[in-house]
Design a protein around this ligand. Sequence first.
Ligand code: ATP
Ligand code: MG
Ligand code: FE
Length: 351
Amino acid sequence: MRVLGIESSCDETGVAVVEAAPHGVPRLLGAALHSQVAMHQDYGGVVPELASRDHIRRVLPLTEAALAQAGLTLSDIDGIAYTRGPGLAGALLVGAGVACAMSAALGVPTLGVHHLEGHVLSPFLSADPPAFPFVALLVSGGHTQLMRVEGVGRYTLLGETIDDAAGEAFDKSAKVLGLGYPGGPALARLAEQGDATAFALPRPLLHSGDLDFSFAGLKTAVLTQARKLGAGLAARQADLAASTQAAIVDVLVHKAVAALRATGLRRLVVAGGVGANRALRQRLDQACVRHGWRVHYPEPALCTDNGAMIALAAAMRWQVGAWPPGGDGLAFDVLPRWPLEAVALDATGTG
Ligand code: ATP
Ligand code: MG
Ligand code: FE
C-alpha cells in the first residue's frame, strides 16, 4: 500500500509518500515541504487567508517533488491521505480538496487524518521506532498533552494544558525577548549561551498532583522580568531565555515522569515541534536512563508539521483495517476543532 499524504492544517504545506506492508513499520519513500514562516513573520503570527492561498500555490509542485524523490508517479499511489483537522478551516480545505480531486481522478480511496495522530505516530519513521504501548508527550504549537497509547487509534488522554501550549510558551516568551515569530527555536538557540538559574521563574502546576499543564503564568512572569530589566534586557537576554526554557522543560519532564509512574508503562514517545528542543531531549534522556525507561523521538525534521506523518498515520490505520471500504469518499468535510478521542478505534482496530 502506497499512501500519498498531504498536510495543510496551518503554515506548512507538506506532501509525502509512505509505503506499508500489511505488517511492520511503514517506510518513507519521498517527502517535500514548504514552510510559510517567512511570509507570516511580518504579521507576528499566521494570517489564515494568506496561509490558504499559499497552500494552493505550493501543493501541486510539492506533490511532484515528493513523487520524484520516491521515483514514482501518481499511478503508483494506492490511497490519498489529508489532514482533516484540527487546524485553520481554509488551510485544511486546500489539502482536502486536492486529495479528493486526485482520488477521483485516480480511482483510489481517500482518508482524512487527525493531525495529532500524525504527530503522535511520527516517531515510527525514526531510526529507532517505538513499540506499543507507550506514554506520549505531545508538545506542539497548539497542544500540550500526555496520552496513554495502546495502539493505533487507542489513545487515552492523561492530562493537558489548561491554557497555553508549550510551543506557545516558547513563542510568546521569545516575542517578549524581541526574537521575532515564531521564536521557539531562536529562544532555544539563545538559551544555550545563558545561565538557566539566573532568574527564578514559576513552574506552574508542578506539584498539582495531576498531569495537567499551565503556561500562561510563566509568559506573564517573563514579561514582568523583561520590564523590570528595561534597557538592561539586552545584556541579560540569553540568561532570561535560558531561565524560561528551563522552567518549561522542568514542568514537561516532571509531568512525563509522573505519567510513566502512574501508568506503569516503561516507554515514552515525544512528538510535536517542541520535541525538537535539545534541552528537553537531554533532560528526558537522563530521566529515562535513571528509571530504566526507553524514550523515542521523531527525526528532527518530522517534529514540526509535515506530510510524512499524515501519510504514515493513514498507512498505520490501513494496517489495522481502519479504512472504511472505499476510504472516506469524496464528500470531504474538514474539522477545525476535532478531539483526538473522536478517531478512537476499538481493540480489533475498527472504529
Ligand atoms: P498543533 O500541531 O498543535 O496544531 P503546530 O502544528 O503549529 O501546532 P508544531 O508544528 O508541531 O505545532 O510545532 C511548532 C511549535 O514548536 C512552535 O511553537 C515552535 O516555536 C516550537 N518549536 C520548534 N522547534 C523548537 C525548539 N527547538 N525549541 C522549542 N520550541 C520549538
Ligand atoms: Mg507551523
Ligand atoms: Fe502540528
